[in-house]
Design a protein around this ligand. Sequence first.
Ligand SMILES: [Zn+2]
Length: 575
Amino acid sequence: MPADAGQIQSWSYDSRANRLVFSTSSGVQPRAQLIFNPTRLVIDLPGTTLGSAASSRMIGTEVAEVRLGQFNSQTARIVIELSPGYVIDPQQVVVQGETPTQWTVQLPTPERGETPTAIAPSPSAPPASAATLPVNGAGTRLENVRVTPDGFFIRTTGEAASVDVDQGSQAITVDFSNTVLSSQVIADLPVNRYGVGSLTFSQLDTSPPTARVIMNLNQSGMEWQASASSGGVVLLPRNRALAQELDQLPSDLSEVPAQVSPSSGSLSTIQAIALQDGETQLLIRADGPIRPTSQWDAASGSYQITVAGAQLAERISGPQLSANSPLVRVRVRQATADTVVIQVEPAPGTQLGNLNQLSSQLAALPINRSDQAISVPPPNTPGSSGTALGVQNREGRVVVVIDPGHGGRDPGAVGRGGIQEKDIVLSISNQVASLLEQQGIMVVMTRRDDREVDLQPRVSMAEQANADLFVSIHANAISLSRPEVNGAETYYYSDAGLRLARVIHDSMLGTGIRDRGIRQARFYVLVNTSMPAVLLETGFVTGEEDARLLADPAFRTRMAEAIANGIAQYVRQNF
Ligand SMILES: [Zn+2]
């Protein structure tokens, strides 16, 4: 938090006059927007924190509630939420600053009316057929997913699904009870829409069947809601405006590519690599399907995009870069007979977003100049001093990032007896760190105490430290009504991550915890780190066995020893 940040000093809402008044300790330029489902006026105050202002108040019949929250570390948010069935005309909302620190928000009288909802699934979704009954005695079968103009629609057949949404800061977990996955479902589907990087589908459990959909967020803290009907489940962002802002796509591309052909024998030809839209994105266009992957190349300080199964068109070159281009250099080369590599070197102050797959033949890399980016500030954490240490004093030592999940306002999963994931994983992580340090391994921690750290700073700390390994430590959850689901899971994304995952996972099983396997997933910290990276789920806080274990300090120590031993074994074998 910059020293000159202001605070909200006071606020009040006059329900007869429909007027909100607030004051801040330093000048602010609010931004306001109207959001639907439910209808609410959202006022963001950049460069402002909540201070000690009261955080919410129930109001009455037309306006249900006024809530204050910290939208991100630099922006306070005031939400005026209308009661169900009431609407206001956004044209009649007046936000006025008497002084830079004294503001009035005047609402028109809320009226009963129709909210412009768009809950209906995409018109292209075929109607669910009641005749197709799911197998295995499950009531519901999850068939496929479509992108709608507002969010995602997960089509189901059979009974209406019953879903349970778990809102994490990095990913949102939606569990479908009594549901089996259709064999047609792609386990790991890149979508890059509405701030969601990918959707991961898994059959979490078979008796009774539970299907799990994980929405991996490109930007942490986005909230989604789910509503189920007999034809499927609609997933909508709570902050629709933000989701649209994060959405880089032209609106006519409403279908997720049903499948991506990995290597069909024939190569796609890359026809253009160009800066577009006022140099805000780098487009890669091919004449056939491409599925580029990307990662930061720490050695060259460039962002490397690899397109397998592709060749360069003749006479193709990178984009023309002007003197004040946000990019310093774009290098394009045919790395092997069937692989094209594009290296992008950003200018100082430029941030690159996540590569978006716009269609099967088109990908785009968002480019943000930092003065307009909605990005996360570097955290002023103990972790960042460790980062500098890691760069300067590694002296040939192996550097391992230990990343305790969640923290601060984000508790992660909450389980039996109210145990919170953020506390359990911090306890385990701190012990892992000291065990590794005792063995001469240098450790960079993304947090050492109970604080909120966004996803990108976790990745940045690892990249800046030029770390050799990245180990994210979490605990799992499912509905509290499923105490029988217990065990450890280990996630990886790259092949190098898989090798690390195997060693640590085997070691974790030595604690006696049940084995729920090693799985691949596009979690943010796994996809965006350039070193071998794994994400450990050290048990279920909702599980009867695991919750008892995870709440026990002696077990946490055993788990920490197991993880540290696994890491140390991998280090001995590979460095
Ligand atoms: Zn977690």
